[in-house]
Design a protein around this ligand. Sequence first.
Ligand code: BES
Ligand code: MN
Ligand code: ZN
Length: 496
Amino acid sequence: MSLSISLSTSSVLESQRECVIVAAFEDGTLSPSAQLIDQASQGQLSSLLQSGRVSGKSGSSLLLPFLTGCKTPVLLVGAGKPGEITAAKFIKLAQDVSKEMNSRSFTSADSYLAEVAVKERSVAWAVRQLAEQSPSALYSYDATKSKKADAPKFSDLGIGVTAADVPAVTEAVKQGSGVAQGVALAKELANLPGNVCTPIYLAEQAIALGEANDLLTTEVLDEEQMRELGMHCLLSVGAGSDEPSKLIVMNYQGGEKDTKPYVFVGKGITFDTGGISLKPGAGMDEMKFDMGGAASVFGLMQTLCAMKLPINVVGVVASAENMPSGGATKPGDVVTTMSGQTVEILNTDAEGRLVLCDALTYISRFNPETVIDIATLTGACIIALGHHTSGLLANDDELADQLFSAGQSSYDRCWRLPLYDEYQEQLDSNFADIPNIGGRPAGTITAACFLSRFTKEYRWAHLDIAGTAWNSAGKAKGSTGRCVPLLAQYLFDRLA
Ligand code: BES
Ligand code: MN
Ligand code: ZN
């Protein structure tokens, strides 16, 4: 059972749920609902603050099971210094509180944390984040463990708002819980190991998604169909694998029949060994996450289906397994793309662009409004931007600006890198139209330059999520579900 989210306009003293959540601040003040509790309990919260028992520091919390004048237990959480509560701090707060509710075995709660003023953000933004982060924080992976985790007990969250705020925040609840469902699917698919999550498995998931949702139809192209279309570049990546490659097309028609679709193309390498240009062994297991772009396309489709958004969207996943074998593509091999351009494959580990380029040619048949591809494309992007920010490159300034701002508002941020013509000069081959690598300098940019040779007919942006799609170390190791929030926000903004 997942966490259901709704708005609650009842006063904190009249809550029908098992627990209420209110905030204290580091300057000794209380949130409006905390003040109501303080009055009803003859100043018990104030005296806790005065005694220092409650600090208001972010990360702190105190459960008060019995308070005079309160029907329910109260979780008093520290929100930090007023005026210094950033978006990041608020998101962390929302996640921590949800985990605490669950670990304390509450099944329901009313949270009045949307009263916390977040720097440069509206009440609707806070509601959206509570609705998104509270379920997301409860995600845990157990698909390939013999012991299944208990389903989260915490299953019903009310977000307390004033009646006057309801019109402004109703959409935010829908968006937050819709995005959370997409993020959950993206995480689950990406976390699955490479021997489970193969191109065939992804194709089956897409078919299942289509069967479960009236607005979505799925088509899967097999290798023979791709060969007929001339997708020899995509096919060259799976040539060394026993797993057949798939081109998965999910068509979501929530809008008018003849309005142009937004098209999303995900890199779906279900395992990237590097091929004959074999990767080093250390950490290679993480290359099961090399379908993170595909996972975010799946997540976005899930969000659209859950919200039944009135928009047309085509989600395409170019899926293959990159393996070395006697049949594998070799450095120096030349292949012909669906566009007719030939590619010299100088490094079989630069395979993402090889599957994407044919998918990007294929999708022109949809007469797209815009095209956005999402890929764990380059290690160089991690060097440039680290693990907090996705790379953004585009052939259209307006589209780039829209994605940048969708990243800012959803807090799934990206930063633009240039696609200046000069970089294209790094892509010259003596033996084909284009080599698949452009040398050490600006590896993220030259990868995008390669893709740009196939995207001339439409407005296009590329998101490099190599650094943001998963966490590498420790307990948090696993998929992040990025960039579902960013992509969903981009579409929400188009409908607004
Ligand atoms: N999937 C990798 C990129 C990657 C590496 C993502 C590490 C996340 C973490 C991609 O297919 C790849 O191997 N890229 C090469 C390109 C190079 C050969 C031009 C890279 O980044 O080293
Ligand atoms: Mn690679
Ligand atoms: Zn790869």
